[in-house]
Design a protein around this ligand. Structure first.
Ligand code: ADP
Ligand code: MG
Length: 279
C-alpha cells in the first residue's frame, strides 16, 4: 500500500475505535485467513448468570450458596461474580437468614480451574472437572450425567465440593453476542475461517460453537491461559483480539477498542481496501 493509503486506513480505523499500529499491521490484516476468538466476553456477552442449581446431598440451598459465595467473594472471575450475585439474591429472598458472616481462610484462585478456600473450617472447592480431579474428588454417575446435560445446553457446570464431597453443580449461562453468528458467517464469505479458544469445557464449547456456525475442528477447549497464546502463535495469526481478552493489548498489531465483533470485519476490510486500492 502507498503511504497515503496507510494513512487513510489508519485514520478511518481510529475514528471507529480500531487502532492499527502501523503499516506492517495493516499489511498483515489483509492476509488474514483465520481469526481466533476467545469465547468468554468476546463471542459471548461475558456477564454470566446462574440459571440452575442441582444439589447432590441434603445440604440446604442457602447453606450451599452461603458457602460458595464466601469462597468466591474475592474472585475476579466472572463465574465467581455470578455466584456471589446469585447468592445475595437468594439470601435476600430468605431474609430470616440474613447475610451471614463466614470465616474464609487460604483463598486461592487456580487459573483455568476455579477457587479453593477454607470456609468456616471446611475445605471448599468451586470449579471444573479438572479442579475436582486434581483434588481426587469422586464424581458420581448422576453428577456426570447432569454435567453432560448442562453442557449440551451451552451452559457451564460449576462443581462444588465441601470436605471432599461433591455437594452440587451450579449451571451458569453466558449467551452469545447478538452479532456473533452474523460476523462469523460474513467472515466465512470473505474467505476467513473463525476459530474459538476457551478455558471452558469441551461440551459447552462445542454447543456454543454450533450456535455460532464454528465447525468442531476449529474449537480449542479446556485451554489454559498460556495455551491460548501458544495456539495463536502456532496459527501464525497476527493479532486481532477484541477488547478485554486474555491476549494482551500490547502484543496486538491491531486493537479493537469497542467490543463489537463487527470491527473484526471492518479491520480486515480497511486493510484489503488499502492494499487493493479500492478507495
Ligand atoms: P475462559 O475465559 O476461556 O472462559 P477461564 O480460563 O477463565 O476460561 O476459565 C476456565 C474454566 O475454569 C471455567 O469455565 C470454569 O469452569 C473454571 N473456573 C475458573 N475460575 C473459576 C471460578 N472463580 N469459579 C468457578 N469456576 C472457575
Ligand atoms: Mg477468562
Amino acid at each position: 500500500a502507498t503511504p497515503t493509503a496507510i494513512m487513510v486506513a489508519t485514520g478511518k480505523g481510529a475514528t471507529q475505535g480500531i487502532l492499527i499500529k502501523g503499516g506492517q499491521a495493516l499489511e498483515a490484516a489483509h492476509k488474514v485467513k483465520t481469526v481466533v476468538f476467545d469465547k468468554t466476553g468476546t463471542l459471548t456477552i461475558g456477564k454470566p448468570i446462574v440459571v440452575h442449581t442441582k444439589l447432590l446431598t441434603n445440604i440446604p440451598l442457602h447453606v450451599f450458596y452461603d458457602t460458595i459465595a464466601a469462597a468466591e467473594v474475592n474472585s475476579e472471575h466472572p463465574l465467581g461474580k455470578a455466584i456471589v450475585a446469585y447468592s445475595r439474591k437468594i439470601s435476600g429472598e430468605h431474609s430470616s437468614h440474613g447475610q451471614q458472616q463466614h470465616e474464609v481462610r487460604d483463598f486461592e484462585a487456580i487459573p483455568g480451574q476455579g477457587v479453593r478456600a477454607v470456609v468456616d473450617g471446611k475445605a471448599t472447592l468451586v470449579g471444573n472437572m479438572r479442579l475436582m480431579k486434581e483434588h481426587g474428588i469422586h464424581i458420581s454417575e448422576e453428577a456426570e450425567e447432569h454435567l453432560r446435560d448442562v453442557e449440551t445446553l451451552a451452559r457451564t457446570g460449576v462443581m462444588v465440593a465441601i470436605e471432599r464431597e461433591l455437594v452440587g453443580v451450579v449451571s451458569i449461562a453466558d449467551p452469545v453476542k447478538p452479532e456473533a453468528a452474523r460476523v462469523i458467517s460474513i467472515l466465512k464469505s470473505m474467505g476467513v475461517r473463525s476459530m474459538m479458544v476457551t478455558g471452558d469445557n469441551w461440551g459447552t464449547a462445542v454447543a456454543i460453537a454450533r450456535e455460532l456456525g464454528i465447525e468442531r475442528p476449529c474449537v480449542h477447549a479446556e485451554s489454559l491461559p498460556e495455551d491460548k497464546a501458544r495456539i495463536v502463535e502456532e496459527m501464525q495469526v497476527r493479532g486481532l483480539p477484541g477488547a478485554g481478552t486474555d491476549i494482551a493489548i500490547e502484543a496486538a498489531d491491531i486493537v479493537l477498542m469497542k467490543s463489537n465483533l463487527e470491527d473484526v470485519i471492518t479491520g480486515i476490510d480497511l486493510s484489503r481496501k488499502s492494499f487493493f486500492r479500492i478507495w
